[in-house]
Design a protein around this ligand. Sequence first.
Ligand code: ATP
Ligand code: MG
Length: 256
Amino acid sequence: MSTLSIANAAGSAGKTTTAVALGALIAQSGRTARIIDCDPQGNATHATGAIVPAGGPTIADILSGTRTITDAELDTVVPGLTVVPAQSATLEGIETTLSRTVGAEQRLRLALESAVPVDVTIIDCPGSIGLLTVTALVASDAAFTVAMPTVKELAGLPRIEGVIEQVRLAYRPRLRLVGVLPCKVPPRTRGRLYTEALELLHKQWGDRVTPSVRDSVRVPEAYAARTPLPAYEPTAPVTADYRAVLACIDAGGMLG
Ligand SMILES: Nc1ncnc2c1ncn2[C@@H]1O[C@H](COP(=O)(O)OP(=O)(O)OP(=O)(O)O)[C@@H](O)[C@H]1O
Ligand SMILES: [Mg+2]
């Protein structure tokens, strides 16, 4: 039983794709997995194919303290994988309300502690560091970040590591940034820039760097089909990339 947040300081890096692909692969490996959609955009909810009942409970109700995870949790198109959904209409703006509530950043941790246990819970964070990301980190045993290998994206990594360190000191002594995943990596033929950035990444983050995930049109296709990548294209090279990432996570004991 462990909880992993996927977070970074930049948008569109590949967090949601990674959360959903890893969740699906974990479920396909015979374990139980739960994705918590902590992003008002609700992309992870969409990507899992879950049907959110109109007016049904979402992560916003859990963070407001009015509903439990069991109330909100939905099945997805992948057996063994569930999702706690988000909807923009309810989660947008909740950060302001929560910031005025004493102890709000502990709510997700408490909700998870009383939820039906699953082998792995993955929390998909929004593309900026605010109260929602902090709330997710407070509930996590480990954090993962994803970045395209470009100078701009790599420059943002120390920021997320700093926030993780603050949460570790304040709330969660076990919390660590366990993995840095190079995402949307273009082929080598696109030039030295990406290769050099990858080399820099390895130099700075050492064995925390996981195998890379290539840039592939299969990813937006799977999203459009509302089917997690490993179920949509089980044999695609980009799915194999994610399998290698999960193998690295399992071999490194990154999930604790
Ligand atoms: N390996 C990949 N190859 C090609 N496109 C990708 C890949 N990974 C992600 N994408 C695309 O990049 C966009 C952003 O991906 P994703 O939604 O996973 O990022 P994110 O970090 O969750 O973004 P946000 O900060 O908005 O939540 C999406 O359109 C997605 O389909
Ligand atoms: Mg996202």
